[in-house]
Design a protein around this ligand. Structure first.
Ligand code: SF4
Ligand SMILES: [Zn+2]
Length: 189
């Protein structure tokens, strides 16, 4: 079993199975990293995660992403709708165990990122997690607010919270507690 992950602090190496058991170093509890220099067909970078059959332009794109990240550079890329930019970026970067901040212009694009992570998890049996940082008006689950114009919804929310009367607010506290005890955050759009 090739040792394709290592601890960036104490340099202890780990196999893929060990990494899947626990993503942190057994000695010093640091998040493990995939060894970029390890070129094994089974586990090489995006190949272990890209959830579709890639076409050649996507392969070029993902290889470029890997090279640029290795050199700590900046990649500016432009591609048409439907090229597979989101899946390509995620499949290239997720194996590196870096924190990813994925900024998008629209909420629809956020949804697409979360869906692609979900697809990658399904195809690879990985458990990558994501948190959607969006405004309250996009995350509110109170149906009384959802029907209202934005300003009115915020006003109602404030009134409900001041009166501690939003049933979803207290339910949310329980959901949060459940999330903390189970580190697998549910991906939702
Ligand atoms: S407190 Fe209630 S009304 Fe306000 S955002 Fe949360 S769920 Fe919506
Ligand atoms: Zn270590």
């Amino acid at each position: 079993m090739p040792l394709v992950y290592s601890c960036p602090v104490c340099r202890r190496s780990y196999s893929v199975d060990e990494y899947k058991d626990d993503r942190f170093c057994r000695d010093c509890d640091t998040l493990l990293r995939r060894n970029l220099q390890e070129k094994n067909d089974d586990v090489e970078g995006w190949r272990s995660l890209f959830p579709y059959t890639p076409y050649s332009q996507q392969i070029d794109f993902m290889n470029d992403i890997e090279k640029v990240i290795e050199k700590k550079g900046v990649l500016i890329a432009e591609a048409c709708n439907g090229f597979g930019k989101t899946a390509s970026c995620l499949a290239s970067i997720l194996p590196l165990n870096r924190s990813i901040i994925y900024a998008t212009r629209t909420h629809e694009q956020v949804r697409q990122v979360l869906n692609e992570i979900s697809t990658i998890n399904d195809a690879s049996s990985e458990k990558f997690t994501a948190v959607n940082l969006a405004s309250r008006s996009h995350l509110c689950i109170n149906p009384d607010c959802n029907e209202l114009p934005r300003g009115d919804a915020l006003e109602l929310c404030r009134t409900l919270r001041e009166a501690e009367d939003c049933r979803f607010n207290s339910e949310n506290s329980q959901v949060e507690a459940a999330c903390i005890s189970d580190p697998q955050v549910e991906i939702s759009g």
